[in-house]
Design a protein around this ligand. Sequence first.
Ligand code: BGC
Length: 234
Amino acid sequence: MTPTSDPQHTLAVDIGGSGIKVMVLDPAGTPIASRDRTETPNPATPAAVIQAIVSLAQGKTYDRVSVGFPGVVRYGITETAVNLHPTWVGFDLATALIDKLESPVRVINDADMQGLGAMAGTGLELVITLGTGVGSAMFLNGQLIPNLELGHHEFRKGETYEQQLGRNAMDMTGKKKWNDRLEKAIVQLDRVFNYDCLYLGGGNAKEINIKLPKRVQVVPNVAGLLGGIALWRE
Ligand code: BGC
Protein backbone atom coordinates (compact mmCIF):
# COMPACT_ATOMS: atom_id res chain seq x y z
CA MET A 1 0.00 0.00 0.00
CA THR A 2 0.93 3.66 -0.37
CA PRO A 3 -0.28 5.55 2.72
CA THR A 4 -1.95 8.91 2.13
CA SER A 5 -0.89 12.10 3.88
CA ASP A 6 -4.44 12.37 5.24
CA PRO A 7 -4.54 9.15 7.28
CA GLN A 8 -8.13 8.10 6.59
CA HIS A 9 -8.42 6.72 3.10
CA THR A 10 -10.21 3.38 3.04
CA LEU A 11 -9.87 0.69 0.42
CA ALA A 12 -13.32 -0.94 0.31
CA VAL A 13 -13.41 -4.47 -1.10
CA ASP A 14 -16.54 -6.41 -2.00
CA ILE A 15 -15.93 -10.13 -2.57
CA GLY A 16 -18.81 -11.53 -4.59
CA GLY A 17 -19.59 -14.91 -6.10
CA SER A 18 -18.99 -13.58 -9.62
CA GLY A 19 -16.91 -10.42 -9.18
CA ILE A 20 -14.49 -8.78 -6.77
CA LYS A 21 -14.85 -5.01 -6.60
CA VAL A 22 -12.68 -2.34 -4.97
CA MET A 23 -12.93 1.40 -4.48
CA VAL A 24 -10.99 3.97 -2.41
CA LEU A 25 -13.14 6.17 -0.15
CA ASP A 26 -12.13 9.50 1.41
CA PRO A 27 -12.71 10.18 5.14
CA ALA A 28 -16.32 11.21 4.44
CA GLY A 29 -16.96 7.94 2.59
CA THR A 30 -16.98 9.57 -0.84
CA PRO A 31 -15.31 7.56 -3.62
CA ILE A 32 -12.12 9.23 -4.80
CA ALA A 33 -11.92 7.18 -7.99
CA SER A 34 -14.15 4.87 -9.97
CA ARG A 35 -14.73 1.25 -8.95
CA ASP A 36 -12.40 -1.50 -10.20
CA ARG A 37 -13.62 -5.04 -10.76
CA THR A 38 -12.22 -8.42 -11.64
CA GLU A 39 -13.90 -11.79 -12.10
CA THR A 40 -13.96 -13.98 -8.99
CA PRO A 41 -11.35 -16.71 -9.61
CA ASN A 42 -12.52 -20.25 -10.15
CA PRO A 43 -11.93 -22.16 -7.91
CA ALA A 44 -12.42 -19.29 -5.46
CA THR A 45 -9.92 -20.50 -2.86
CA PRO A 46 -8.58 -18.10 -0.21
CA ALA A 47 -5.20 -17.87 -1.97
CA ALA A 48 -6.76 -17.09 -5.37
CA VAL A 49 -9.18 -14.50 -3.99
CA ILE A 50 -6.46 -12.81 -1.92
CA GLN A 51 -4.22 -12.65 -5.00
CA ALA A 52 -7.05 -10.97 -6.94
CA ILE A 53 -7.50 -8.40 -4.15
CA VAL A 54 -3.76 -7.70 -4.01
CA SER A 55 -3.73 -7.11 -7.79
CA LEU A 56 -6.71 -4.75 -7.59
CA ALA A 57 -5.11 -2.85 -4.69
CA GLN A 58 -1.82 -2.36 -6.50
CA GLY A 59 -1.05 1.28 -7.26
CA LYS A 60 -3.88 2.53 -5.07
CA THR A 61 -3.36 4.90 -2.15
CA TYR A 62 -5.09 4.03 1.13
CA ASP A 63 -4.48 3.60 4.87
CA ARG A 64 -6.91 0.88 5.90
CA VAL A 65 -9.03 -1.80 4.29
CA SER A 66 -12.68 -2.84 4.70
CA VAL A 67 -13.82 -6.14 3.23
CA GLY A 68 -17.33 -7.46 2.63
CA PHE A 69 -17.28 -11.25 2.46
CA PRO A 70 -20.12 -13.49 1.15
CA GLY A 71 -20.52 -15.62 4.27
CA VAL A 72 -20.62 -15.49 8.06
CA VAL A 73 -17.62 -13.58 9.47
CA ARG A 74 -16.64 -13.45 13.12
CA TYR A 75 -13.56 -11.59 14.39
CA GLY A 76 -12.05 -11.58 10.90
CA ILE A 77 -12.53 -15.32 10.43
CA THR A 78 -14.76 -16.60 7.64
CA GLU A 79 -17.09 -19.29 8.95
CA THR A 80 -19.19 -20.10 5.87
CA ALA A 81 -18.80 -19.47 2.13
CA VAL A 82 -21.35 -21.52 0.23
CA ASN A 83 -20.70 -19.75 -3.08
CA LEU A 84 -16.90 -19.71 -2.92
CA HIS A 85 -14.82 -22.70 -1.78
CA PRO A 86 -15.00 -25.05 1.25
CA THR A 87 -11.48 -24.07 2.38
CA TRP A 88 -12.84 -20.70 3.54
CA VAL A 89 -14.41 -22.33 6.60
CA GLY A 90 -12.32 -21.21 9.58
CA PHE A 91 -9.96 -19.06 7.47
CA ASP A 92 -8.42 -15.97 9.10
CA LEU A 93 -9.01 -13.55 6.25
CA ALA A 94 -8.29 -10.41 8.27
CA THR A 95 -4.83 -11.58 9.31
CA ALA A 96 -3.99 -12.86 5.81
CA LEU A 97 -4.87 -9.49 4.27
CA ILE A 98 -3.06 -7.49 6.98
CA ASP A 99 0.08 -9.41 5.98
CA LYS A 100 -0.40 -8.98 2.22
CA LEU A 101 -1.63 -5.37 2.15
CA GLU A 102 0.41 -4.14 5.13
CA SER A 103 -2.56 -2.13 6.40
CA PRO A 104 -5.19 -2.49 9.13
CA VAL A 105 -8.04 -4.67 7.80
CA ARG A 106 -11.62 -5.23 8.98
CA VAL A 107 -13.85 -7.90 7.47
CA ILE A 108 -17.62 -8.31 7.75
CA ASN A 109 -20.39 -10.07 5.90
CA ASP A 110 -21.06 -8.51 2.46
CA ALA A 111 -24.77 -7.84 3.09
CA ASP A 112 -23.89 -6.24 6.44
CA MET A 113 -21.44 -3.95 4.63
CA GLN A 114 -24.05 -3.15 1.97
CA GLY A 115 -26.53 -2.32 4.72
CA LEU A 116 -24.08 0.00 6.44
CA GLY A 117 -23.88 1.91 3.17
CA ALA A 118 -27.63 2.06 2.70
CA MET A 119 -29.46 2.32 6.03
CA ALA A 120 -30.83 5.59 7.41
CA GLY A 121 -30.35 4.73 11.09
CA THR A 122 -33.96 4.85 12.29
CA GLY A 123 -36.30 2.03 13.19
CA LEU A 124 -35.99 -1.53 11.99
CA GLU A 125 -34.25 -1.63 8.64
CA LEU A 126 -33.85 -4.84 6.69
CA VAL A 127 -31.52 -5.30 3.71
CA ILE A 128 -31.71 -8.09 1.15
CA THR A 129 -28.96 -8.43 -1.44
CA LEU A 130 -29.72 -10.22 -4.68
CA GLY A 131 -26.66 -11.58 -6.44
CA THR A 132 -25.02 -14.98 -6.83
CA GLY A 133 -26.30 -15.62 -3.30
CA VAL A 134 -29.03 -13.93 -1.31
CA GLY A 135 -27.68 -11.87 1.57
CA SER A 136 -29.46 -10.19 4.45
CA ALA A 137 -28.76 -7.60 7.11
CA MET A 138 -30.78 -6.06 9.90
CA PHE A 139 -30.38 -2.77 11.78
CA LEU A 140 -32.26 -1.41 14.75
CA ASN A 141 -31.87 2.36 15.02
CA GLY A 142 -28.64 2.06 13.07
CA GLN A 143 -27.23 -0.77 15.19
CA LEU A 144 -26.24 -3.79 13.10
CA ILE A 145 -27.38 -7.24 14.19
CA PRO A 146 -24.57 -9.09 12.41
CA ASN A 147 -24.59 -12.22 10.27
CA LEU A 148 -28.31 -12.60 9.67
CA GLU A 149 -28.45 -15.52 7.21
CA LEU A 150 -31.97 -15.41 5.78
CA GLY A 151 -30.76 -16.68 2.41
CA HIS A 152 -30.48 -20.23 3.70
CA HIS A 153 -33.86 -20.29 5.41
CA GLU A 154 -36.88 -21.89 3.84
CA PHE A 155 -38.94 -19.54 1.73
CA ARG A 156 -41.40 -21.62 -0.34
CA LYS A 157 -41.89 -25.00 -1.99
CA GLY A 158 -39.25 -26.55 0.26
CA GLU A 159 -36.60 -24.17 -1.10
CA THR A 160 -34.60 -21.42 0.57
CA TYR A 161 -34.61 -17.73 -0.39
CA GLU A 162 -31.27 -18.30 -2.10
CA GLN A 163 -32.50 -21.32 -4.05
CA GLN A 164 -35.52 -19.32 -5.23
CA LEU A 165 -33.92 -15.91 -5.78
CA GLY A 166 -30.16 -16.44 -6.26
CA ARG A 167 -28.37 -16.13 -9.59
CA ASN A 168 -28.91 -19.77 -10.56
CA ALA A 169 -32.64 -19.42 -9.97
CA MET A 170 -32.81 -16.36 -12.18
CA ASP A 171 -30.83 -18.09 -14.92
CA MET A 172 -33.06 -21.16 -14.76
CA THR A 173 -36.51 -19.62 -14.39
CA GLY A 174 -36.10 -16.29 -16.18
CA LYS A 175 -36.61 -12.75 -14.95
CA LYS A 176 -40.42 -12.79 -14.96
CA LYS A 177 -40.72 -15.72 -12.56
CA TRP A 178 -37.84 -14.37 -10.47
CA ASN A 179 -39.72 -11.07 -10.09
CA ASP A 180 -42.93 -12.92 -9.15
CA ARG A 181 -41.00 -14.77 -6.47
CA LEU A 182 -39.44 -11.57 -5.21
CA GLU A 183 -42.90 -10.06 -4.83
CA LYS A 184 -43.89 -13.01 -2.63
CA ALA A 185 -40.67 -12.76 -0.62
CA ILE A 186 -41.30 -9.08 0.12
CA VAL A 187 -44.75 -9.93 1.53
CA GLN A 188 -43.35 -12.77 3.62
CA LEU A 189 -40.45 -10.70 4.98
CA ASP A 190 -42.83 -7.93 5.99
CA ARG A 191 -45.01 -10.43 7.88
CA VAL A 192 -42.00 -11.85 9.73
CA PHE A 193 -39.97 -8.72 10.47
CA ASN A 194 -42.48 -5.86 10.29
CA TYR A 195 -39.64 -3.71 9.01
CA ASP A 196 -39.85 0.06 8.77
CA CYS A 197 -37.81 -0.06 5.61
CA LEU A 198 -36.59 -2.82 3.32
CA TYR A 199 -33.65 -2.14 1.01
CA LEU A 200 -33.04 -4.35 -2.01
CA GLY A 201 -29.46 -4.33 -3.26
CA GLY A 202 -26.88 -6.54 -4.92
CA GLY A 203 -25.97 -7.01 -8.56
CA ASN A 204 -29.38 -8.36 -9.60
CA ALA A 205 -31.43 -5.58 -8.01
CA LYS A 206 -31.25 -3.88 -11.42
CA GLU A 207 -33.47 -6.68 -12.77
CA ILE A 208 -36.37 -5.78 -10.47
CA ASN A 209 -39.38 -4.68 -12.51
CA ILE A 210 -42.27 -5.13 -10.07
CA LYS A 211 -44.00 -2.19 -8.43
CA LEU A 212 -42.47 -2.00 -4.99
CA PRO A 213 -44.73 -1.53 -1.99
CA LYS A 214 -44.32 1.40 0.38
CA ARG A 215 -41.29 1.15 2.67
CA VAL A 216 -39.35 -0.89 0.08
CA GLN A 217 -36.61 0.64 -2.05
CA VAL A 218 -33.81 -0.42 -4.35
CA VAL A 219 -30.29 0.68 -3.44
CA PRO A 220 -27.43 0.83 -5.94
CA ASN A 221 -24.92 -2.00 -5.78
CA VAL A 222 -22.18 0.50 -5.00
CA ALA A 223 -23.60 0.71 -1.44
CA GLY A 224 -21.74 -2.59 -0.91
CA LEU A 225 -18.53 -0.60 -1.10
CA LEU A 226 -19.71 2.69 0.41
CA GLY A 227 -20.53 0.82 3.63
CA GLY A 228 -16.80 0.19 4.00
CA ILE A 229 -16.28 3.48 5.80
CA ALA A 230 -18.72 2.56 8.59
CA LEU A 231 -16.55 -0.35 9.77
CA TRP A 232 -14.13 2.15 11.25
CA ARG A 233 -16.67 4.37 12.96
CA GLU A 234 -16.52 2.89 16.45
C1 BGC B 1 -24.22 -16.20 2.23
C2 BGC B 1 -24.38 -14.86 2.89
C3 BGC B 1 -24.08 -13.76 1.89
C4 BGC B 1 -24.93 -13.94 0.65
C5 BGC B 1 -24.63 -12.91 -0.42
C6 BGC B 1 -25.10 -16.27 1.01
O1 BGC B 1 -24.96 -17.50 0.38
O2 BGC B 1 -24.57 -17.25 3.11
O3 BGC B 1 -23.53 -14.76 4.00
O4 BGC B 1 -24.32 -12.52 2.48
O5 BGC B 1 -24.75 -15.22 0.11
O6 BGC B 1 -23.32 -12.97 -0.83
